[in-house]
Design a protein around this ligand. Sequence first.
Ligand code: ADP
Length: 763
Amino acid sequence: MAVYPVVPLRGLIVFPHTTITIDVGRKKSLAAFTAAMQRDGQALFCAQKELSLPEPTAGDIRTCGTVCRILQRIDLPNKNVRLLVQGLYRVKIKNFLPNEEFLEAEADRIEITNDDTVMTEALFRKARELLATFSVNTNGKINKDVLAQLAEKNDPNEFIDLLSHLVVYHDSKKQEILEIGDTEARLTELCNCLANEIEIAKVDKKIASDVKESIDKGQKEFYLKEQMKAISQELGSGEDEIVEIENKIKAAKMPKEVEEKALKELGRLAKMPAASPDASVSRSYIEWLTDLEWNEETVDNKDLKRAREILDEDHFGLEKIKERILEYLAVIQLTGKIKGPILCFVGPPGVGKTSIVRSIARALNRKYVRMSLGGVSDEAEIRGHRKTYVGSMPGKIIYLMKQAHCINPVMLFDEIDKMSRDYKGDPSSAMLEVLDPEQNNSFVDHYLEVPFDLSKTLFVATANKLDSIPAPLLDRMEVIELSGYTEEEKLSIAKDFLIKKEEEQNGLPVGSLNITDNGIRKIIESYTRESGVRTLERELAKVCRKKALALVEGKDINEKITEKNVSDYLGVEIYKNDVIDTKDEVGTATGLAWTAVGGVSLSVDVTLFDGKGEILLTGMMGDVMKESARTAISLVKSLSKDYGINGEVFAKTDIHVHIPEGAIPKDGPSAGITMATAIMSAFTGRAVSKKVAMTGEVTLRGKVLPIGGLKEKTLAAFRVGIKKVIIPKDNEKDLQEIPKEVRDNMTFVLAEDIKTVFDNSLI
Ligand code: ADP
């Protein structure tokens, strides 16, 4: 038994074989330390039971502690002392000695038992094993030097003391291990603690890695987001843009299916680098979807009286069309739908086909859009290219629907007869779908890929000629023919519409163009040769511009324009009415033809040469016309006897048939009787009257067959001053279509047989 100054420790347990630093500050502790130093430099370090006690007394201290040698002291600034102590052995306090200055106790050394048994060895090895596992799992918690030191320890108790100091977490456990005198029991306790610590270390490791993972993920996302922000700032698009587009999609009130498609595309766009070509394809696709109106409808004008007024305001005459349009509007009003055939206005240029459609839109209070089909030969122009094509776009239909900003505009297909087809596909098949009321409520453009409702759109088409419109298309349409105007009609149109329009467009006060009726007539006669009024309008515009210049220059603009001074404004006259003046000729007959520009008069010239009976046909004749020329020659041959022609002459004569203005292609059978007349005239030497014009197909037997476009042809004849027209008998019914002023001033010869034609034309 020995006596030791006792230093109570707070939260610290010193084991033998360990060296630690201890800060001492309490008065009694310092006194104990001083006493120890005065004795042999050893003191007993015991843990106090309650950490919070500032001045523990004998009863507050654990009776088992470690006697330590004080190796070093360092004075700390706050009068505390830091001691470096080395644990020597364990003791058990027997009793405290009375001491006012510090705690002092008598204690017995704790003797070790069982330190050399097989069990001890087994437990010792187990403890080493556990240590190895522990150090792996804690990854550096015990430093390498200490591990090496531990590995060298052969005394299990030294090992236990050192390791307990390092790994046992709870002070109470440490105290327990310190107090036990039995090596086996100490080792068992240590092993338990180690196993426990290993489990905790494992869990700890997992928690650490989970935490790290979540931190890593968060960091990664944060990093990528920052990077995206930086990129989008550089490129001007990104998150903000996506949100903006999304809002636009939501606001566009698209059908569900379309909205889904748009959002899907947006999802793709969000994942693409903003500046990539794919992104711009995606972006413009979504833009198309959002820019289109999917539901918006304008409200139709239901007042038919007002509609009629508007139609009358814009156009002179065209009664049939105006009536038909009002019927159409009435049906739309009653059924709320546009069913039935698409209207197609057919007629020569300048007769108001296009402008009447614009007027329909105005009368209906609908938007107006126009597509010219002239020269369209590719289906994609109508239906668009697939998105995968570089630079692809929707077709013209969707383009116009976007332009219209509503789903019920009036859409004009201009020049539907000028559409052609080539290797890229047939546009008329796409048009068929557009115009089919059964299908067009879900028209699919190749680019958009989603159905678009065209069923509320009012389609109207125009064409110059019927024969070049593909039959299936024609089948879907209701054809309304517009024919050319007579001079009087043109005069009215000019006076009531064109002059006003041109005055306005050229900045002249309305009503200021002082032009007489005869002045206008002169323009019509000498400066235009057309069925419609397009050139007339252009010439009137020319006059207005001259007046506008005069007005700006401060000159008098009131000068009357008459037939005498029109040439001051328009230059020398272009057409002269010279047909009547010319002499009757042998081998030349005047025919009437119906071309895309309306009715025209044309002459057929025939010249005979000595030769071998060959036939020469010139003047850009089409195949049908060539055939009818040969038919005419055969007919004349067969009639040679009746007209006193020597039959042998044909074998020795070459025949040249020419139709002047060779640059203009001509075709059709309706020049048959004209050619026959010219040939007969050439062979008989009888002249053909210049006062007569004719039109009609002829058969080999000399029968005269009916032709089309009689009104146009008659008007053309009237324009050039012809007074007598020979027409097929079967066309008699068409005479009523011819304006009265023309009918009253002309004679019509109805021919059933070619002889009637010859009788009325050959002199
Ligand atoms: P189209 O389409 O038949 O070739 P447009 O519609 O372009 O002819 O007509 C040419 C011009 O003639 C337009 O300015 C139009 O207003 C005018 N016009 C044609 N017919 C009439 C008419 N009956 N009344 C008033 N103006 C007309």
